[in-house]
Design a protein around this ligand. Structure first.
Ligand SMILES: Nc1ncnc2c1ncn2[C@@H]1O[C@H](COP(=O)(O)OP(=O)(O)O)[C@@H](O)[C@H]1O
Ligand SMILES: [Mg+2]
Length: 273
């Protein structure tokens, strides 16, 4: 990426309200291509609304939302549909197709696009390898565990090689050990592809794990290791509070902050380290 490339995602003084209820006010931030932001905020602080603005599913009352330098808030429906093909989404509800196999779920968007069957197969095999579900290609979602289903949802979002991946609470509802395996998938996707991503979560433990670990590839082997300082510096938290980005910085900066709201938020949500 050259320094002349526009940010992958940019908000400029974005405001949105529902009736009298102002959710985002004068919100500004930019995410350079290839970077990850972990978005924290209390329930109802506007995290999902922020993601919907990126997808053009909601329009701001004021301000600009751009994706790869293009104004989403002004796009017509036809262009929005095209935009969304370049953005992968992983929701809390996986919304897999129950009657399709794992491979068919992962390849769904590619087949819909009319890609040749061999090309779809090759890409699906590649993605299943990355998410560690190669042996489960022919299973149905009902035959998988909750964690495996979540991985299929990640694979499906990833298959079209989107430039942007949005995760909305991808860990919620999973037990802690399984959650860690999903954290690892998110780390792998971040470090082994060029994707720009936003991870919304209210699982602070997982947020810190994702922010402080990286994927290391050795031949076919991928290991999750403690991130070095250089990598950790590129993974930033954004904390949404009262309609604005109240804080942006690394895991270490967040933990060291003396801001009263952040201290209370962390005290209430973090386990004793
Ligand atoms: N389509 C909508 N109509 C009315 N209110 C909405 C709508 N979408 C979100 N809201 C309100 O906006 C606020 C932020 O919602 P949301 O972004 O879903 O919060 P969260 O941070 O938990 O994801 C909430 O108070 C919610 O009730
Ligand atoms: Mg939400």
């Amino acid at each position: 990426m050259s320094s002349f490339d526009p940010p992958a995602i940019e908000f400029r003084q974005v405001s949105i309200a529902f009736d009298e209820h102002v959710v985002l006010r004068d919100l500004s931030f930019a995410i350079p291509a290839g970077e990850m932001r972990i978005l924290l905020g209390a329930s109802g602080s506007g995290k999902s609304v922020l993601l919907k603005l990126i997808l053009g599913l909601l329009k701001p009352d004021a301000g600009e939302v751009t994706v790869n330098g293009r104004r989403v808030d002004r796009m017509r429906e036809h262009d929005l549909l095209k935009l969304r093909t370049g953005i992968g989404m992983v929701f809390q509800e996986n919304a897999l197709f129950d009657s399709l196999t794992v491979a068919e779920n992962v390849g769904y968007a590619l087949s819909e696009e009319g890609q040749p069957v061999e090309q779809v197969h090759a890409r699906v095999a590649e993605v299943l390898g990355l998410i560690g579900l190669g042996e489960f290609a022919d299973r149905l979602p009902a035959e998988l565990s909750g964690g495996q289903r979540r991985r299929v949802a990640i694979g499906r979002a990833l298959a079209p090689a989107p430039g942007i991946l949005l995760f909305d609470d991808p860990i919620t509802g999973l037990d802690p050990l399984i959650a860690t395996t999903i954290d690892s998938e998110i780390i792998k996707v971040r470090d082994l592809t060029q994707v720009t991503s936003i991870v919304v979560t209210h699982q602070i433990r997982d947020a810190f794990y994702i922010a402080t670990h990286e994927a290391e590839q050795r031949g076919h082997d991928v290991r999750i290791v403690q991130a070095d300082d250089e990598t950790a510096a590129l993974i930033q938290f954004m904390v949404l509070h009262e309609g604005r980005i109240h804080f942006q910085g690394t895991a270490a900066e967040l933990l060291a902050s003396s801001d009263p709201y952040l201290k209370e938020y962390l005290l209430l949500t973090l386990p004793p380290w």
